[in-house]
Ligand binder design. Structure first.
Ligand SMILES: Cc1cc2nc3c(=O)[nH]c(=O)nc-3n(C[C@H](O)[C@H](O)[C@H](O)COP(=O)(O)OP(=O)(O)OC[C@H]3O[C@@H](n4cnc5c(N)ncnc54)[C@H](O)[C@@H]3O)c2cc1C
Length: 347
């Protein structure tokens, strides 16, 4: 029997897992996927962003090419999460989303910005009388929160059950991936930061996971331009209180001062139940590095010669979950357009 062709997907973060799962449904019987990664959903590392994410879904208004592309990917992901939320154990759940902005940036004041929100079930701009003191702009909608480690483990399980193969391995160069199996002509690079891409950078995030339950995900923009949020994790996973966004800050250690600020603000602004009494039961401090890239994600085909193709999908920064399924669809579209999957003829 002829040797099967192996497609390598690098990365077991939310982007690599979503892409591998979506790609599986287009393979011919003569093709298989090998998922290769240094870090996996059962592990933690400051350089592996996915398990640290809150994660919630919220629109980000903007008119840059990156914002417009992400908006389309986010909408498709919202539709996908609608399905995932109906699967017990997926780690995705519907929840009420609220935003309170003290000093809304120009893009929020442009009425067209609301177009970024209108696809959300139950969307409504809040009346001035509904806004807390100091808040100038607010909205509410129905959205999703994701227990990120649970969701990644769930996707990995589905991938393996559908015949996907896995290999724990640290690559020194993307080209090394072509040698990890026989008959490899396609590598999908979902490695987060890429391999030596000068446009890549990291954004440090510090959050705090507490046991206290919260029934909504609330995002608040403060007058100094910083953002605070609370994100309940489905399946009784506690609540994430965040958070910092520190560009090119490589400190792997949580700051106690930051934790105190996060919790102090949370007790003022977020609707934790009265029995909390403003006190938090801390499970752990979280520090993670969001894999960012100037201009947004690299979603691109690179031909290396000798029939080898790399399809890049990295640099999701702080929106990896929100745009995950849209990104996976875009990557698979590129792979199919290049004729890299030998699709079964539809009868
Ligand atoms: C504190 C915090 C809060 C966040 N909150 C949210 C949120 O609310 N909503 C949201 O949408 N996003 C959020 N994010 C962002 C989100 O976590 C990231 O966008 C997302 O996880 C990026 O996924 P990824 O798959 O691209 O990268 P990663 O999760 O970093 O995965 C990269 C994968 O590539 C592998 N890899 C890398 N290099 C190599 C190599 N050389 N050899 C082999 N394997 C390699 C890694 O081992 C890993 O498996 C948050 C992030 C942080 C840190």
């Amino acid at each position: 029997m002829a040797q099967k062709e192996t497609i390598i997907v690098i990365g077991a973060g939310v982007i690599g897992l979503s892409t591998a799962l979506h790609l599986q449904q287009f393979l011919s019987p003569s093709q298989q996927i090998l998922l290769v990664a240094r870090d996996w959903p059962n592990t933690t590392s400051v350089n592996y962003a996915s398990p640290w994410a809150g994660a919630h879904y919220r629109p980000v208004p903007g008119s840059s090419p990156q914002a417009i592309r992400e908006e389309k990917q986010a909408r498709r992901t919202y539709e996908h999460f609608r399905h995932e939320a109906s699967v017990p154990g997926s780690g995705v759940a519907w929840v009420e989303g609220v935003e309170h902005l003290e000093n809304p940036p120009a893009e929020y004041l442009d009425e067209r910005a609301l177009g970024n929100y209108t696809h959300l079930d139950g969307f409504r701009k809040l009346e001035a009388s509904e806004l807390p003191e100091g808040v100038k702009w607010g909205v509410r909608y129905n959205t999703f929160t994701i227990n990120s480690p649970v969701y990644c483990a769930y996707m990995l399980r589905r991938f393996v059950i559908k015949g996907g193969m896995v290999k724990e391995y640290t690559l020194a160069n993307v080209q090394e991936a072509f040698y990890l199996a026989e008959n490899v002509r396609t590598v999908v690079n979902c490695s987060g930061v890429g391999f030596g891409d000068s446009k890549s950078f990291i954004i440090r995030g510090q959050t705090c996971l507490v046991r206290n339950p919260c029934s909504v995900t609330l995002t608040r923009q403060n007058s100094d331009g910083t953002w605070s949020f609370c994100i309940p994790r489905p399946l009784e996973g506690g609540t994430i209180i965040g958070g910092t966004k520190q560009v090119n800050n490589w400190d792997p250690n949580p700051s106690l001062e930051t934790r105190e600020t996060l919790l102090r603000n949370a007790s003022k602004w977020f609707p934790f139940s009265a029995e909390s009494g403003g006190k938090f039961d801390v499970i752990r401090d979280i520090v993670g590095r969001r894999p960012a890239r100037e201009g947004g994600m690299r979603i691109e085909v690179e031909k290396l010669g000798e029939g080898r193709t790399v399809v890049h999908g990295y640099g999701a920064a702080g929106r990896g979950y929100e745009i995950s399924w849209g990104v996976a669809e875009d990557l698979v579209k590129l792979i199919r357009a290049e004729g890299l999957v030998l699709e079964k003829a539809s009868l």
